[in-house]
Design a protein around this ligand. Structure first.
Ligand SMILES: C[S@@+](CC[C@H](N)C(=O)[O-])C[C@H]1O[C@@H](n2cnc3c(N)ncnc32)[C@H](O)[C@@H]1O
Length: 315
């Protein structure tokens, strides 16, 4: 009896087995980034099915969520991946039918990239876009995906932070996009993440690889509220503060925490604080209070940056 989604000798995949294969949760417990990481979403699977309908023998696709492109061979049974591994059409069809998941392809089956955290009681998954995926935390996207995408969202944040050389504090790692972009200019980036489960998901995200590979990035697992208190005065030239919504991380919007951010920022240094759409009803309710508490903590020139959905402030 083959494992779920495993290719049986005859190459025939019973429909029920494939459905179970894609519903199964990936047990994301890899200690290091897998070298054979292949991840697909419906953005790749749908065009592959179209290529089959068009009678093509070769198709251009991406096996890393559109970070790079490659060619795969198509035949009656499915697609042939680089390295010779085969993926049955029934698995590709099941991935194509799923609008909200990214799937790790391994041993002929597709495993949804998602996990549940005992630490926080939250559910995490990778949610596809046409480019970089976002992280869903209990159903909430951690990057902008409406009228933009997580990559462009990240570029807007780091531009507002006006990154430069020196040491950068990234208070909330998530998928590591802000840390990765900051490390392109900074000498060192220290990034803090509360929930180790998010990092298990990030390890399976092709767009997060540099988070684990770039020697300029130091990762800390802990609560930023406690971890920031351990840094020396004026230790950072820039801070990117990209917390979840107030409802999920109220402490990270508190006057006490802002006082700590002010303490660890060097004079003349800059803070970018992500909030959400400043012109929305909820953003409009939150940002004036944030600005007021930042000023009370000693920050100057607290300025709304609506294009980046946040505020910048100077020490
Ligand atoms: C909006 S996401 C950060 C996105 C990230 N900047 C990126 O580029 O992918 C917020 C992250 O903060 C984490 N988080 C929540 N509370 C935290 C805390 N107290 N300290 C550190 N991280 C926290 C969440 O688990 C989540 O991964």
């Amino acid at each position: 009896m083959p494992r779920i989604g495993e290719q049986p000798a005859g190459g025939f995949y019973p429909r029920y087995a494939v459905c179970r294969a894609v519903r199964r949760t990936a047990a994301v417990h890899w200690a290091t980034m897998p070298s054979d990481l292949i991840v697909l979403s419906h953005y790749q699977a749908v065009p592959l099915l179209q290529a089959r309908r068009d009678g093509r023998r070769v198709a251009r696709t991406s096996l890393d969520l559109n970070r790079s492109a490659c060619e795969v061979a198509l035949d009656a049974e499915g697609i042939v991946l680089p390295g010779g591994e085969r993926l049955a059409w029934s698995v590709v069809e099941a991935v194509a039918a799923s609008q909200n998941g990214c799937y790790r392809i391994r041993d002929g089956s597709a495993e949804k990239i998602q996990t549940y955290s005992e630490v926080t009681g939250r559910h995490y998954s990778l949610y596809p876009t046409a480019g970089a995926p976002t992280l869903l935390v209990s159903g909430l996207p951690m990057h902008r995906i409406k009228d933009t995408d997580p990559h462009r969202d990240t570029l807007a944040k780091v531009k507002a932070a006006s990154l430069a050389r020196g040491r950068v504090l990234d208070t909330c790692t998530g998928l590591g996009y802000t840390a990765i972009q900051a490390a392109r200019l900074a000498d060192e980036v220290i990034t803090i993440e509360l929930d180790p489960a998010t990092q298990e998901v990030a390890r399976l995200n092709p767009w997060s690889q540099a988070l684990f590979d770039d020697p300029k990035i130091r990762r800390i697992i802990g609560d930023s509220y406690d971890e920031v208190a351990r840094f020396d005065d004026a230790a950072f030239s820039r801070i990117i503060h990209d917390p979840p919504t107030f409802a999920l991380a109220g402490d990270l919007y508190s006057a006490d925490f802002y006082a700590e951010l002010h303490r660890v920022l060097r004079p003349g240094g800059r803070l970018f604080h992500y909030i959400g759409d400043l012109n929305s009803a909820s953003g409009g309710r939150v940002w004036p209070g944030v600005a007021e508490r930042l000023r009370r903590a000693g920050f100057q020139r607290v300025t709304p940056r609506p294009e980046a959905f946040g505020l910048v402030a100077q020490r």
